[in-house]
Design a protein around this ligand. Structure first.
Ligand SMILES: [Zn+2]
Length: 389
């Protein structure tokens, strides 16, 4: 039993040792396997580290692509906004043209306007667009004659002024007029007029300097009519009183005479005679001009280029030519200003369109030209003809 026990012990010891060895082996094997597993894992992990690099690269690519996409979206958004702004500009130009038309309609319908108790006038620029003060005495005398209702609209010059040469006969006489020059555009306007053999009228301001003087001389030398448009074009100063108006007028007349040798005989009020800026009755300035043997001209067609934004070329052409057939005398208001680039662009086609019209002549304003005036007033040399006193 004991032997058995011992042997059993032995056996058991052996068994134990064998078991230990096996355990060791097993544990060693386990360790080996663990090591192998670790190695495998590290082996597996290594390519994973390389994958991390690729992933970073892919991430950067994705970020770049995302940035590009964001940029593209932003560019697209901006172009959409530019388109929208362009459309808005066009709409504004259309609104401005419609308002201009409405103002001209008002100027052409004095009776209706008086009945409505409204005050009218068409501003030629930002100042003219100022809120109406109700002081301008607008009667639309100027264009009444166009509709065959009498001679009040297109009055021949006061007696003794006619030179006798006479204007060419035409059912429709068109006078292109350019305000506010000379400017950086004057030379090009003159070139275009020359190219088409057209004479026009320039209502200029007192701009000094050799370039301006050169342009003034060229206007006269090439047979265009030189008109005055004040010296300073400063509404507040000019319309402060008849005295300050007279002072500015004399300065303009003397300056132009000094530069060109020509004494101008026509005048255009800054803002027109129907301007809503002057707090003094415009008839008083009209009377003053009459006392100086000066005739003033407003307009009955406006290009619409007097505002602060650029009017599209097509619209300028339409504005300048659409209603010529309705008038015997068309005085077309345009501006000679460095910023008025579309006016310059539109001019050739405006001229071509008018030249293609039947029985229509493009002329410079002369002593024979019937006046187009927005206000009704009384002149010492004019017949008083039913004007409202
Ligand atoms: Zn002006």
């Amino acid at each position: 039993m004991s032997g058995r026990n011992r042997s059993g012990d032995h056996i058991s010891k052996d068994e134990f040792s064998v078991r230990d060895v096996r355990k060791d082996d097993i544990s060693k094997d386990g360790a080996g396997q663990a090591a192998k597993g670790a190695a495998k894992r590290t082996a597996k992990k290594e390519p994973k580290r390389g994958g991390k690099g690729n992933a970073a690269g892919r991430m950067w690519t994705a970020v770049w692509m995302l940035l590009c996409a964001v940029l593209l979206i932003q560019i697209w958004g901006l172009s959409q906004r530019i388109e929208a702004l362009k459309e808005r500009m066009d709409r504004l130009a259309q609104i401005a043209a419609r308002q201009q038309d409405r103002l001209e309609e008002l100027a052409e319908a004095p009776a209706a306007r008086r009945a409505d108790g409204q005050d009218g006038g068409s501003g030629e620029g930002p100042a003219g667009e100022a809120a109406r003060t109700g002081t301008a005495q607008v009667s639309g005398q100027g264009v009444a004659g166009d509709r065959g209702s009498g001679q009040s609209g297109e009055k021949a010059g006061p007696g003794g002024r006619a030179s006798g040469s006479g204007e060419p006969e035409a059912a429709h006489k068109v006078y292109l007029t350019f305000d506010d020059g000379p400017s950086a555009n004057t030379e090009e306007i003159l070139d275009i007029l020359d190219r088409y053999g057209v004479k026009a009228t320039f209502f200029v301001v007192g701009r000094e300097g050799s370039q301006a003087e050169e342009s003034l001389r060229r206007i006269v030398e090439e047979g265009h009519t030189l008109g005055m448009h004040s010296y300073t074009h400063d509404y507040d100063q000019i319309y402060e009183s008849v005295e300050s108006f007279a002072e500015d007028f004399e300065r303009a007349r003397d300056y132009l005479c000094e530069v060109t040798g020509v004494e101008s005989r026509i005048y255009r009020f800054p803002g027109g005679s129907s301007n809503a800026v002057s707090h003094i009755d415009m008839r008083r300035f009209a009377e003053y001009l009459d006392s100086q043997d000066i005739r003033f001209f407003d307009w009955n067609i406006s290009s619409g280029d007097g505002g602060s934004f650029l009017v599209p070329v097509e619209m300028l052409i339409e504005n300048c030519t659409a209603t010529i057939k309705d008038h015997g005398t068309s005085v077309v208001l345009m501006h000679d200003g460095a910023a008025k680039t579309t006016t310059l662009e539109a001019l050739p086609e405006i001229i071509e369109t008018i030249q293609a019209m039947e029985d229509t002549a493009l002329l410079p304003i002369t002593d024979e030209t019937s006046v187009v005036q927005h206000i009704q007033w009384e002149s010492g040399s004019q017949e008083a003809s039913g004007s409202d006193r």
